[in-house]
Design a protein. Structure first.
Ligand code: 13P
Length: 226
């Protein structure tokens, strides 16, 4: 059985009370026992909240021994120091195991370049944060040391128009051929209804979910259906 990564990217959504309500509803879906069988299921579930919620979710996951991992949505390319408004890898690594790097929204809205993204990967690896490196096509270069890539075609992000699973699979195949990548995830309008069409493709090892991850019931269905 393939190891799957099911990743929730909450983007700039959820206050503290909304995150608590999400968690209660998410775990109410008979998910606790399902998740505790997870070693057999081979599904790694990663929640990527905004920075403001990382520390409290880390405490909750540990307190209730939840089989969920935490990821950050971004990391500074600078080490710790005088960089106002930045979060360094060493700070994030206190709470998160993973970090999303190079999401197309950051490339577009914050003009993040391949060179900058390479520095973010280096900083992350120096502090044992595992990058989930986003590309928009097989043409985006992937820095050395990346093992998990998320392929997110821009037209599919937030549009309700997911890519054809067979097309996503062929891009994943190319990505794995060009680079030493162990896992390629698909992202873009993933839903409980279409998730299995993606995860059943031979070269796709999971999903990166935006909109549908904000709804705890939908995200729990994605976890089960994947
Ligand atoms: P949607 O699931 O809303 O299309 O967003 C995808 C995405 O950008 C996840 O990182």
């Amino acid at each position: 059985m393939k190891h799957l990564y099911i990743v929730a990217n909450w983007k700039a959504n959820k206050t503290s009370s909304e995150a608590h309500a999400w968690l209660i509803q998410f775990l109410n879906q008979d998910l606790i026992s399902y998740l505790h069988q997870n070693t057999q299921l081979k599904k790694t579930i990663i929640i990527c909240p905004p920075f403001t919620l990382l520390s409290e979710l880390a405490i909750l996951f540990a307190q209730y021994d939840l089989p969920l991992s935490l990821g950050a949505q971004n990391v500074s390319h600078f080490p710790e120091g005088s960089h106002t408004g930045e979060e360094s890898a060493v700070q994030l690594a206190e709470f998160a195991k993973y970090v999303i790097i190079g999401h197309s929204e950051r490339r577009e809205e914050f003009l993040e370049t391949d060179e900058l993204l390479r520095k973010k990967v280096d900083e992350s690896k120096r502090h044992m944060l595992i990058p989930i490196y986003c590309v928009r096509s097989e043409k985006d270069p992937i820095p050395d040391g990346v093992t998990i890539v998320a392929y997110e075609p821009q037209s599919a992000i937030g549009s309700g128009k997911a890519e054809l699973p067979s097309v996503a699979n062929s891009v994943a195949t190319k990505i794995k051929k060009i680079n030493k990548i162990s896992s390629v995830l698909y992202g873009g309008s993933v839903t409980p209804e279409n998730v299995h069409e993606f995860t059943s493709q031979s070269m796709i090892d999971g999903v990166l979910v935006g909109t549908a991850s904000l709804d705890p019931i939908m995200f729990s269905q994605i976890v089960v259906n994947a």
